[in-house]
Design a protein around this ligand. Sequence first.
Ligand SMILES: *Cc1c(COP(=O)(O)O)cnc(C)c1O
Length: 627
Amino acid sequence: MSLFSIKMRASQKERHISGAERILPETKLPAAVQHLTERALHHSLGKPDYIQVKVEEIEPASLQYYPALPVSSIMANTVEEGKKALITLLEKEGIVHGASLLTLLEKRAPMRGAILYDLATHTCQEPDKERGVRVTYMDSLAPRPEAEKCHFQEALILATKTAHAPGMIGEICISDDPDYVTGYYASLTQGYVRISPLKEHGASLGGRIFIFDSRLAEVETVCTYLEKQPVCITDMALPPKKDPLFYIEEELAQLKKDNLYRTTQVLSAPQTTHVYRNGKEMLLLSSNTYLDLANHPKVKEASANAVLSFGTSSGGSRLTTGTQPIHEELEQALAAFKHTEGALVFNTGYMTNLGTISALSDEDTLVFSDEYNHASIIDGCRLGKGKTVVYRHLDMKDLEKKLKEHPCKKGIIVSDAVFSMDGDILDLPMFVRLGKEYKMLTMVDEAHSTGVLGKTGHGITEHFHYTCQPDILMGTLSKALGSEGGFICSSLPILSYLKNKARSFIFATAPAPSTLAAALSSLHVLQEEPQRVQALQENIRFFCRALHNEGIEAHSETAIIPILIGDEKKAVAIAAQLQNEGLLIPPIRYPTVPLGTARLRVALMATHTQEELTYAAKAIGKAIQTY
Ligand SMILES: *Cc1c(COP(=O)(O)O)cnc(C)c1O
């Protein structure tokens, strides 16, 4: 079988950017050419204007095989310490002037090739003083991570070949990559010793010194071996692994640096307009319990009674032993409330979207999704086998354009009814019309419209006076309905399909009877006390006016009123000041909203008083002016 050497070099305005090489059988050549070209194009040092890929056949019999040098590591605390460790290694080799070799390397850096230092004469012997000696025609038999450059493996290949050169004593190397502070000393006697750090982060200083002895081999012999002899390294070690916690801690530190680090905080007392944090009473202006039903006496009683009658757990999945009368009762009530043939309850709204969308999205399906859709919709799309096409936020023209551009066998269009971070409302009639016209299933997430939109809180279809109905209405029991869980209201075939295909429905223990009893009771209270919905809608109008009086741009027809701040750090500071004044409005940041659009997300309840809302609007106005 013929073997080929393949070499890539990339430069920009004659400055070297990256290089790599392989020795490969013919069959692997095309993929390697592509991979190396891509690697040349994406290097941290910049985009090349010149890429050379050279392919040569080599004689299989001429190939020499060596096992990789054994690897060890020295972790130093500082660059100074790292250099000291290196000098000690050189002393073991009988080289007493290690410090001056390091100075020599720093003086000559940056240099592409290596300095060839003769221990017999203490002189530099590399024939080309500017470029230095190069080591080429080498590779390993080991598999390597193709996607990225593996500094370690490439260095080990080079070091092993070099260590076997005639007359070679050892090699010192410091990488010229500014991000890579680990260097090494390598020799046949001591193996490959990684030393970190050998330079400061961000320093592009780097280079190599080959230390040889001209009493053992002539300069020419050494150079010919290094530059021409094909060598293949066997028994390659895998790159040394870091402690797995290292990556976790690194990521956490980055989040903190970017003001994106989050923690949970305890609120004592039931979720209603007033709560306690760290013993201090606060006005809660960010809860999703829009109708204040999570603490309603009737709802709590219904939930408690369900525990007494049916216990604390449903004990099984819905399709095995977990369906109790309350599950079906609630489903019938939801179907009646949303005017659909039936309903299906899931454990959470998140699981509802995840299970429903992924079940409907098979290989032949395209899902068209609003760019600001809730994370649970996005995750459902990701989990499905079909492709997703994202259209511009609330832009029905863009949706239609994308529907035209992407013909498909089957399709779904999915949108929030009320967007959770902006509080704006879907143009449902247009949405449904496009669905019909392009023969798409239409699905709308009513997490923030149920109990909020429409004169009597039935949601987005009531808001548009029942002029149109999407195929699938999704909702949560966790927001206005003051409980926990999610649901789909739809036609019977779609519901049967989901019962059989939605994995988050099938493979989860059915929600507990107490949770569902609370939701069912809330649904009754909502219908018995429609004035709650009207009070909420009045509070929305009142608060928007109060904000306008403070010079704050705010407009919403829903319980969600975003106050745009922009900068993440500023939003955090404003929220902290408001907290000092007894107002609980957490800052919403990336990744929940796009970077640079951090905001205060006010969520109103039916039971906030006008005095409370006036106080809040004034405090927000003042805090925004302070920062
Ligand atoms: C909250 C929310 C969900 C998830 O509902 P949970 O019941 O909290 O899991 C889904 N979609 C939207 C738009 C939401 O705001």
